[in-house]
Design a protein. Structure first.
Length: 625
């Protein structure tokens, strides 16, 4: 029988802090292998949700973008109680672009559940996060999920996981990992790979038996490492992390130390909160081993140590892999600036990016000399794309440049660039095309093997620079059936010039509205990005040219009316629907001399220099250089 939800949160929390029966775990896996769905079932079967309570699917994905994309972007803490044991759970992002979140939270937990799809097996992101967990000495519980799939290959997947652990230099204790077979969607787990029904009781029991209790020091001075940061309209800055030693009470004096031991600020713990299900619940005291949130400080941030004023040595914060990609976020200077957004000034953009960099350690922001643009560096196109999408929904207008990789230098002073491991699952008939396209982008094939069901899995080592803008072309080449996963691999030798987009663009030579009479003949020139009635301005990109060169055109030209020419014949013009790009597609499409104009209502492509004469001068200077 499932335990009932307790009605008195104050009594509930006191019992948690008085008990040593506690486990802190993280759930890690590749994108779409079922982490968040499994947590939903853990909630239900632990009694966190009432039987008749209406709860959205994937309750942990609370962010609008997470719900729309079906991925986890932000790490989140939650808690369930099972037979007297408090289990704190961290749901982690599955995409490498959000790896900054993963690395921080692993320092809070004492064990991990590694969730692997019974068909897809150990994917690149599995390698990334598992490597971080094993390096910290965490012991994994392997859960083979989705065992009810028609194309499951459970034993092969287990062999892949073991090989993965060996390649990541797991110790003997970590290689003796327990295994469960589960269906997170249907809410069961079992030691038997043939089981197709049941509950998650075996998983709860495995967590209690296999994951050690927090190894914290209850008698030492209070020390707390900040791993997550968010904001509340009433409480201000909220710092979440693990209490490593001692205890803290409401209104206790505390101070924050940076990694060098310098005092960041001094204050009081105005509010202490513990996790219960999806909610933070206030409590009067937290002790060593608890994952909590603290409010009351205004400057302290991620990786700072919050501690008793007597403490002078900070806790060690896990180092974060550096950014590999950057984009320029500029004030929107197009003729349509300010028409669709409310936040258009450089000061507003600066403040918003500063807040993002403060809470997201994987993002670095640098202001340009002219103060009108900012270089924003991150882990990948998806991470920066999510930031841009979030800002446009908040009312910002921006001009976004083409992504560029961040170069480095080796010990000999030679230029280096970031490489990625690219794992592609594709139908056999398209494998030749994919290998050819990756070769033109300087990718080197490191493995190729059949993956069953008429599909081939191909692994490449490729410079990140060559992969920018490739995803859309990849989907076209594989007719939408291919799956591509990327993971930062290393900094390696500079690969030389890589050919970019082969086609030029169609550029509007004036301002006005596009009309059918003008767009009809332009369809023969290439693919149009705008439709009838679309507002245009000089320098705006309205389509892709079928030839390599850029072409200036007049999409506003109207028919000259005379006694012999009437408007009636315009009815015969039939236009192909324009190609409408998403934000990620637009960012991947543009060339170095182009930008994406982003507003709350529109995504427009444009030349960075709108005036055609100035554009030609800049082109000649570039060629001369």
């Amino acid at each position: 029988m499932l335990p009932a939800v307790r009605a008195e949160p104050e009594i509930f929390i006191e019992s948690v802090f008085m008990s040593n029966s506690q486990r802190n775990i993280a759930i890690i896996a590749h994108v779409d292998h079922g982490k968040t769905t499994l947590v939903d079932q853990l909630f239900r079967q632990s009694g966190t949700f009432r039987d008749n309570q209406r709860v959205e699917e994937r309750a942990m994905d609370s962010n609008d973008l997470e719900k729309e994309r079906g991925i986890t972007i932000l790490a989140k803490c939650t808690s369930v109680e099972w037979e007297g044991t408090r289990i704190n759970i961290v749901d982690t992002p599955g995409h490498a672009d959000f790896g900054g979140e993963v690395e921080r939270i692993l320092s809070m937990v004492d064990g991990v559940i590694l969730l692997v799809d019974s068909s897809e097996g150990a994917m690149p992101q599995t390698k990334f996060v598992t490597g971080k967990a094993l390096a910290l000495g965490l012991k994994p519980i392997v859960v083979v999920n989705k065992i009810d799939r028609q194309d499951e290959r459970t034993q092969e997947v287990l062999d892949e996981v073991f090989d993965l652990f060996v390649s990541l230099e797991a110790n003997d204790e970590q290689l003796e990992f327990p295994v469960l077979y589960a269906s997170g969607r249907n809410g069961y787990a079992s030691d038997d790979p043939l089981a197709r029904e049941g509950t998650l009781t075996p998983l709860f029991q495995k967590i209690v038996d296999h994951v050690p209790a927090p190894s914290a020091d209850p008698d030492g001075p209070f020390k707390f490492l900040v791993t997550l940061l968010d904001r509340d309209n009433f409480l201000g800055r909220i710092l979440t992390g693990l209490v490593f030693s001692g205890s803290v009470k409401t209104n206790q004096a505390i101070h924050a130390l940076d990694n060098d031991g310098k005092i960041v600020e001094t204050g009081r713990a105005s509010k202490i909160m513990s996790f219960r299900g999806l909610e933070r619940v206030p409590t009067d005291e937290a002790v060593a081993g608890d994952i909590i949130s603290i409010a009351g400080l205004t400057t302290a941030t991620v990786s700072n140590t919050i501690c008793d004023p007597s403490v002078t040595e900070p806790l060690h914060a896990q180092p974060i892999d550096p950014p590999t990609l950057s984009m320029r976020f500029a004030v929107n200077d197009s003729p349509m600036a300010g028409r669709e957004g409310t936040k258009v000034t450089s000061r507003m953009i600066r403040d918003r990016l500063a807040r993002e960099a403060e809470s997201n350690v994987a993002i670095k922001v640098t202001e340009s000399a002219d103060k009108d643009s900012f270089e924003v560096a991150g882990r990948g196109e998806l991470q920066l794309g999510v930031l841009i999408e979030t800002m446009r929904r908040e009312g910002f207008e921006l001009g976004i440049s083409r992504p560029r990789v961040l170069y480095g230098e080796d010990e000999k002073g030679q230029r280096t660039e970031p490489y990625e491991t690219v794992v592609i699952d594709v139908d056999d008939e398209f494998s030749g095309t994919v290998v050819e396209k990756m070769a033109t982008r300087k990718g080197e094939m490191t493995d190729m093997r059949p993956s069953g069901g008429g599909k081939t899995r191909i692994t490449f080592s490729a410079p990140s620079r060559g992969l920018i803008g490739y995803h859309g072309e990849f989907l076209s080449d594989t007719r939408g059936t291919g799956i591509m996963n990327r993971l930062f691999e290393k900094y390696g030798p500079y690969k030389g010039k890589i050919d970019g987009r082969k086609n030029g663009v169609l550029i509007s030579n004036g301002a006005g509205e596009a009309n059918a009479y003008a767009l009809g003949p332009l369809e023969e020139r290439g693919i149009l990005f705008v439709g009838v009635g679309t507002p245009l301005y000089e320098g705006m990109i309205i389509g892709e040219n079928a030839k390599p060169d850029d072409l200036e055109v007049n999409p506003m030209k109207s028919k000259q009316l005379t006694n012999f020419r009437s408007t009636g014949k315009d009815d015969a013009i039939r236009l192909t629907p324009p190609k409408i790009m998403t934000l990620e597609q637009a960012i991947a499409y543009i060339d170095d001399d182009e930008m994406v104009e982003v507003t709350p209502k529109s995504i427009r492509l444009r030349k960075a220099i709108l005036d055609p004469n100035e554009r030609k001068k800049a082109g000649r200077k570039k060629e001369a250089a």
